[in-house]
Design a protein around this ligand. Structure first.
Ligand code: ARG
Length: 467
């Protein structure tokens, strides 16, 4: 701690003893992390309170000193929360900013807080606590997005739209079924989040610099006090592990990829050419020059945020890949990647949840498009297999001829007269028209996970019960 002999201007208060002159401006700039790690203040203080309480319980510091430390830390917490705390870059990071202020507030007792710990396990703790809370928040936000999709899916369990492969009209599906595809994706993301929380639920504090400590600490006590399942088992790994941050970024990247695909679909669907959905004014903007335009900016920005998140994942993987065990200062660069990705992900989920709830679905446009492009051709082939006993390959060929005829006449399959169809295959009867409509096509696809409204409703019930 700073004492009377330390010149705080020319050498660092915390480790300045060894250094004759202070870090020059560039060193201070490259070394300091307070600009971003002040975000960890609440976790840092919570961790220190748990640590001091354990030290006193184990008889390593006195109860009196512990009381002073806890009181001082709570004062600092309210100072920071109310904006009455002056962060100093000379003090490098959040850990030393808090500890230096504690010394000013309570005097020499502050110097006992750092017994049996190092900034290496301290930062591992603070960051883990932060990532854990962020994952819990992500889980809640994904649940909100899933709920939004479940409501839209229920509303549109019968609304027919074209299903696509290669972005070419393939077979009719329902908009409800399409919504449920996103429920599956975000449901998997949420499962990954839950798994990651379970994975990181180990307390790093007490690993000290890297080798553990000779003080009789109780790591199970601090783990419990901080809401972790148990302490980490290897002190070297503990201070050199950033898997929890990389897992967060991986999950964010996968969820971001899903959000971006949804964003892309919304961009396509909201074009005048498609006209499947109309975004509310809240999630679109006008053009400054073309008055007729309504641009899906929020969806486009969600698509772009995904690029940032991917960048953060690659950055942290790259930062970590060459590091020898245990801690290296490189690891200080982990936080901005995670903070930036977390902010992007939160915004993207919030924006998509808003868009999904707000957008107007044009069921008439969807239905008209669903019937175009001979989307019921497979239904005709299936009818020939079922009712006329044709092998599927032959039915496929007969259907191909019917499509070619309809194309040459410029009409839909359902508009071909029976005589035309019978000229292609004599066993076709007027019953075939029952399957040539998009509604009949959709209703027939009752296989497990299929697009029939009854099946979509079953999927919705499954997910409602799962929440
Ligand atoms: N600011 C540092 C970080 O974010 C804290 C740990 C510093 N440890 C050390 N041995 N210099 O990683």
């Amino acid at each position: 701690m700073a004492d009377d002999t330390t010149d705080t201007k020319s050498s660092n208060q915390m480790w300045g003893g060894r250094f004759a002159s202070g870090p020059d401006a560039i060193m201070e700039e490259i070394n300091a992390s307070i600009g971003f790690d002040k975000k960890l203040f609440a976790q840092d203080i919570r961790g220190s309170i748990a640590h001091a309480t354990m030290l006193a319980h184990q008889g390593i510091i006195s109860a009196d000193d512990k009381d002073k430390i806890v009181h001082g830390l709570n004062t600092i917490l309210s100072e920071i929360e109310s904006g009455n705390f002056e962060f100093s870059r000379q003090l490098e990071d959040i850990h030393m900013n808090v500890e230096a202020r504690l010394a000013t507030l309570i005097g020499p007792a502050a110097g006992r807080l750092h017994t049996a710990r190092s900034r290496n396990d301290q930062v591992a703790l603070d960051f883990r606590l932060w990532v854990k809370e962020e994952l819990e928040k992500t889980e809640r936000m994904l649940t909100g997005l899933i709920a939004a999709f479940l409501d839209r899916a229920e509303e549109h369990a019968e609304s027919v739209m074209p299903g696509f492969t290669h972005l070419q009209t393939a077979q009719p599906v329902t908009f409800g079924h399409h919504c449920m595809a996103y429920v599956e994706m975000f449901g998997r993301d949420r499962a990954r989040v839950r798994h990651a929380i379970e994975h990181l639920d180990e307390s790093p504090i007490g690993a000290a610099a890297l080798a553990g400590t000779g003080y009789p600490i109780d790591r199970h006590m601090t783990a419990k006090a901080l809401g972790f399942r148990e302490p980490t088992r290897n002190s070297i790994d503990t201070v050199s592990d950033r898997d929890f941050a990389i897992e967060f970024l991986s999950i964010a990247a996968i969820a971001g990829m899903h959000l971006s695909r949804l964003a892309e679909e919304i961009v396509i669907w909201s074009t005048p050419q498609f006209g499947f959905v109309r975004l509310s004014d809240a999630f679109s903007t006008g053009s400054s020059i073309m008055p007729q335009k309504k641009n899906p900016d929020a969806a486009e920005l969600v698509r772009a945020k995904t690029g940032r998140i991917n960048g953060s994942l690659v950055a942290l993987l790259t930062i970590m890949k060459g590091l020898p065990l245990a801690y290296s200062k490189d690891m200080q660069e982990d936080k901005e990647q995670v903070f930036d990705a977390a902010e992007s992900l939160e915004l993207a989920i919030a924006a998509m949840t808003g868009m999904v709830l707000d957008m107007t679905v044009n069921t008439a446009r969807m239905k008209a498009a669903a019937g175009s492009g001979y989307s019921t051709a497979t239904d005709l082939a299936d009818w020939l297999v079922r009712e006329a006993g044709l092998p599927f390959r032959d039915a496929h060929h007969v259907t191909g001829r019917a499509v070619a005829l309809a194309e040459s006449k410029g009409c839909d399959l359902a508009e071909l007269p029976l005589s035309d169809l019978q000229a292609i295959h004599a066993d076709i009867t007027d019953k075939v028209y029952d399957v040539l409509t998009v509604e009949a096509s959709v209703a027939s696809r009752k296989s497990f996970g299929g697009t029939a409204p009854s099946e979509v409703r079953r999927q919705i019930a499954f997910w409602r019960a799962r929440n």
